[in-house]
Ligand binder design. Structure first.
Ligand SMILES: [Zn+2]
Ligand SMILES: [Zn+2]
Length: 289
C-alpha cells in the first residue's frame, strides 16, 4: 500500500491466483507467504470451479474468489474465462451456465466479475459486445507469458473495445500457477479504496479506481484540454487513445516522472502506459472524454 499526494490509499492486490487445491503448484499457505513477502495487502484465491471464501492465511487477507473457465481449448469453438472475486457466497454457476449469466451471478453475489486474459483466450470484439456487466478487464496476465503460453497483453482488444464505447476498469494479474519464478508476485492491481474491507475493494474496482502495475506508480488526471500523467521514474510514458497518430503522445528518456498530452477534438478516450528502466510496466484505467 502507498498513499498518494491527495492522501488516498492504494492497496497492492493480486486478484487472480491459483493454488494446489486445483491446478496450481503450491498450497494456499505457501502462496500466501510468497505474496505477503512481496508486499501485497491481499490476494484473491481464484481456483478453477472451486469457490474459496474470505479468510486470512499466514497473516495475509484472502479475498473470496473462483475462476469459471467456460469452453475448452479451442478458441474457434469459444473460450472465455471469467474470474469472480469478493462474492459473499458461492454463486450457482456450472460449466453449462452461459457467459452473461455467469457475470450476473457473480455480481448478484456481491462480487466483481473480471474479464480474464482475453488475449490468451483470443476473445473478440464480438464476444465482448454480446456481454455486459464486467467489473474489470485484465490488460496483462503474467502466466500468459510463462511456460507454454505467449500472449499476455490484451491492450489491443481493450483499445478497440473503447473505440466502440465498451470501457471497463483496467487491472493486471499474475494468474499464478507455477511459482517457479515465472508467474508469481509480478503483476498486480493497485486499488484506491477507503479501506482493505472487501466491500470497499469491490466498490473501488467497479468505480474504476484501479490500475495495473509491475512496479511503477502512476496517476493520471484530466486538466481541461490536457491529460496529465505523474509517475515513479520511468523511461517511457505513452498516451494511448483513439487517435492512431499524433505528436506528443510518447515520451522517452531517463527518470521521467511527468508528462502531459494535449487532447484533440475527436478523441473519445485516453489511457496511459509507462515502463521503467527494468522493463516493468504500469497501465492506467481509461479516462472517457
Ligand atoms: Zn484463465
Ligand atoms: Zn486463472
Amino acid at each position: 500500500m502507498y498513499t498518494d499526494k491527495q492522501g488516498n490509499n492504494w492497496y497492492k492486490i493480486g486478484l487472480h491466483v491459483h493454488t494446489n487445491l486445483t491446478d496450481g503448484r503450491k498450497a494456499p499457505e505457501e502462496v500466501a507467504k510468497i505474496y505477503k513477502a512481496a508486499g501485497f495487502d491481499a490476494i484473491a484465491i481464484t481456483d478453477h470451479w472451486l469457490f474459496g471464501g474470505e479468510r486470512e492465511i499466514e497473516g495475509l487477507k484472502i479475498i473470496s474468489g473462483c475462476e469459471y473457465n467456460l469452453g475448452g481449448g479451442d478458441t474457434i469453438e469459444g473460450v472465455m474465462h471469467i474470474v469472480g472475486v469478493g462474492m459473499e457466497t458461492a454463486p450457482d454457476i456450472t460449466r453449462e451456465t452461459p457467459r452473461q449469466e455467469t457475470i450476473d451471478k457473480i455480481v448478484d453475489a456481491g462480487g466483481a466479475s473480471i474479464f480474464a486474459h482475453p488475449a490468451w483466450s483470443l476473445n473478440s470484439v464480438r464476444d465482448a459486445e454480446a456481454l455486459s456487466g464486467f467489473s474489470a478487464i485484465e490488460i496483462y496476465n503474467t502466466v500468459s507469458d510463462a511456460h507454454e503460453s505467449t500472449r499476455p497483453y490484451s491492450g489491443y482488444l481493450i483499445d478497440v473495445l473503447a473505440n466502440g464505447g465498451i470501457i471497463y476498469p483496467i487491472i493486471a494479474t499474475d494468474d499464478a500457477h507455477y511459482y517457479d519464478g515465472t508467474d508469481e508476485a509480478k503483476s498486480y492491481t493497485y486499488v484506491n479504496a477507503k479501506s482493505l474491507e472487501t466491500k470497499d475493494i469491490i466498490r473501488a474496482i467497479k468505480d474504476g479506481r484501479v490500475y495495473g502495475s509491475q512496479g511503477p506508480i502512476l496517476s493520471i488526471q484530466r486538466d481541461g484540454n490536457k491529460i496529465i500523467a505523474e509517475c515513479s521514474e520511468c523511461n517511457l510514458i505513452a498516451f494511448l487513445s483513439n487517435s492512431s497518430w499524433s505528436e506528443g503522445k510518447t515520451f522517452r528518456g531517463e527518470g521521467l516522472t511527468y508528462a502531459e498530452y494535449n487532447l484533440r477534438d475527436f478523441e473519445k478516450w485516453v489511457r496511459v502506459e509507462i515502463r521503467d528502466k527494468d522493463g516493468n510496466y504500469a497501465w492506467s484505467s481509461i479516462i472517457e472524454l
